[in-house]
Design a protein around this ligand. Structure first.
Ligand SMILES: Nc1ncnc2c1ncn2[C@@H]1O[C@H](COP(=O)(O)OP(=O)(O)OP(=O)(O)O)[C@@H](O)[C@H]1O
Length: 596
């Protein structure tokens, strides 16, 4: 609860800082509306008693007072609503970038790869508005509570028995709370199923993935599975909503019982001369108004609890980002040049939530200034190894050293500023071609000369020259954009990776998977030449991950991975001739396939 209170206090402070007048208006209007609603019923009693006793001035004053109070109350409700929306907007403007920052500044990739983490990220991201509005729902609930208290004070002055309406009014609030928790638990329980059905829906409704589905004739099957998941989650959620409705109904039954009892008491008192007609009319007016007041209190409380899933996900993300930055102990600078190289010392890594090591006790020395190729079958751990190298993950066991210094001790941002990488699942940046390339080295985002050089290094000059506005062409399927083929997007990604001219590590993870054979050959020749240039300049290591053995024969060191283990390491000449070697076997199979 303390966490919630401090979050709401912080959000109210943001609102006060960004819109002090609006905040004062909401708080002041809330207090005024409490006074106005109490004044209205007191004035009503004066109208009735003045009329019954023939005191015209009292009756008239009461009538004017009642009209003013009712009118003011209605106007204040409108003001409170409009100002609250404005204030929630102001808070939202600050909250969204904060959530985005947490998501993007976490060093690793776990929170973007694990489905249970992704669900929470989505809840926090989609629920910022709910979080922003939640403190105002609390203000509203407090206002309704004050209104309820004032009302009951007045009722107590008529008859202390009427105070029993207070617990009777509190029961529906509590029961509503229970009901909402049941609904929230149902949503949490079905979050994974919800994600699955959404994934299936997108799978069948997006141009990229629907091609495979259509050719396979699997549309009906996908639709059937999506419907089955949807039905499954609907059943659970409906059951939760039904249970919540029972809780709510029970609460209202208790309140209705108290309401009937209270009115019976007042009527009985008045009939026996222990009260005025004004008391009875006031009690009836209050009791019917009380229902609305309780409803408001319930609505605000329920609205706040409705934001619980989003707020809990927000707390989770905040704690996750804080834990991540606390364990980020790397403060050392990356070396200006590599002299000895990079060492993997008994490095093991297991993806969270899996029971198999993706990398198992890998030990290898990669000398500075070399070109290293990593080969192996699907799922053998090649990408994991390069991801560890760019600090997306940390080894569970062992360590990676850079010129003898533990990579964990090097500041991640500084290390990444000396790293270039083109991954097999490269990003498609729907910007101008110049920005899509230039972003590879942010300080040179607008440096046309450097961008042109990077484009040339990636053998993408012909592609860029063929675009309607050259480097100024907007890429992508959006309005005014030019969409590219898979291979063309990959060339842009390669050019982006070539922007940095002094990296210590240059990673090419399946860099030519989407390219045709001549392009592949041309690119490899260029990158080999580039690797030699970088090696001379900074001692940079170029790491190439590839399935195609023919492309890596020129590497200085070839690492062969098998089920996460490094089974062989050496040059092509050494490995090819190794008797019963893994590399020799795989190379032989590929060579025979190409020459057949
Ligand atoms: N994000 C992830 N979460 C859980 N397991 C993963 C994740 N990424 C990879 N793995 C698993 O780790 C192992 C190594 O995967 P990795 O991607 O490193 O292999 P790879 O050799 O690069 O494969 P490929 O040639 O298909 O790209 C595989 O068993 C894979 O299923």
């Amino acid at each position: 609860m303390r966490r919630y209170l401090s979050l709401w206090a912080e959000l109210l402070t943001i609102a006060w800082r960004r819109a002090p007048h609006g905040t004062a208006v909401v708080l002041g209007s809330s207090l005024l509306s409490v006074a106005a609603s109490a004044g209205a019923v007191l004035a009503l009693r004066a109208v009735v008693d003045g009329s019954v006793h023939g005191t015209l001035s009292t009756a008239l004053a009461g009538a004017v007072g009642a009209a003013v109070c009712y009118g003011a109350n209605a106007a204040l409700q409108g003001v409170i609503w409009d100002a609250t929306m404005l204030l929630a907007d102001k808070t939202d403007v600050e909250l969204r970038p904060r959530i985005q920052r947490w998501i993007t500044t976490v060093e690793g990739l776990d929170h973007l790869e694990r489905s249970d983490f992704l669900d929470r990220l989505e809840n926090a991201r989609m629920g910022t508005w709910l979080i922003s509005i939640s403190p105002w729902q609390i203000v509203n609930a407090v206002r309704s509570g004050l209104q309820l208290g004032a009302t009951l004070l007045i009722l107590g002055s008529v008859s202390p028995w009427l105070l029993f309406l207070l617990p009777c009014a509190a029961v529906p609030v509590w029961f509503d709370h229970r009901g909402k928790r049941v609904v929230a638990a149902g949503e949490m329980e079905t979050a994974e199923t919800f994600r699955l059905q959404r994934h299936l829906f997108r799978l069948a409704s997006r141009a990229t993935s629907s091609k495979d589905i259509k050719v396979a004739g699997a549309e009906q099957e996908i639709a059937r599975r999506q419907a089955a998941h949807w039905q499954e989650l609907s059943r659970t959620r409906q059951r939760a909503r039904l249970r919540a409705a029972f809780w709510r109904f029970g609460g209202w039954l208790v309140f209705a019982g108290g309401f009937i009892g209270g009115l019976t008491v007042v009527t009985h008192q008045a009939a026996h001369g222990h009260g005025t007609s004004g008391d009875v009319v006031m009690a009836v007016a209050i009791a019917s108004g009380l229902r609305q007041t309780v409803q408001q209190a319930v609505g605000s409380a329920v609205g706040t609890i409705g934001a619980r899933t989003a707020i809990e996900s927000y707390f989770w993300l905040r704690d996750y980002a804080a834990t991540d930055s606390a364990r980020t102990v790397g403060t050392a600078c990356a070396p200006a040049c590599l002299r000895q190289g990079i060492d993997f010392e008994n490095v093991s890594y297991r993806y969270p939530g899996t029971d198999r090591l993706a990398l198992d006790d890998v030990t290898v020395h990669i000398p500075a200034g070399t070109v290293v190729a990593i080969v192996g079958e699907y799922g053998s751990g090649k990408t994991t190894l390069v991801k560890l190298l760019v600090k997306f993950y940390r080894p569970d066991d062992g360590r990676i050293t850079v010129d003898g210094m533990d990579l964990a001790r090097i500041d991640t941002a500084d290390w990444r500023s000396r790293t270039s990488a083109a991954f097999q699942d490269f990003g498609r940046l729907e910007t101008t071609a110049a920005e899509g390339v230039g972003i590879g080295d942010l300080p040179y985002l607008t440096d046309r000369e450097r961008i042109t050089r990077a484009v040339r290094d990636a053998d993408a000059t012909t592609l860029v020259e063929g675009l309607p506005m050259g480097l100024d062409t907007t890429l992508g399927s959006g309005p005014g954009g030019v969409d590219l083929s898979e291979g063309q997007w990959q060339r842009i990604a390669l050019a982006r990776a070539a922007m940095r001219e002094d990296p210590l590590v240059f990673v090419l993870d399946e860099p030519t998977a989407s390219l045709d054979a001549p392009s592949e050959q041309a690119i490899f020749e260029r990158y080999m030449a580039r690797a030699r240039r970088l090696a001379g300049r900074t001692g940079a290591i170029t790491v190439i991950v590839s399935h195609r053995f023919s492309t890596v024969t020129g590497a200085d060191l070839i690492l062969v991975l098998q089920q996460g283990r490094l089974v062989e390491a050496g040059t092509h000449a050494e490995l090819e001739t190794r008797d019963r070697g893994r590399y020799a076997a795989l190379y032989g199979i590929q060579a025979r396939a190409y020459t057949r």
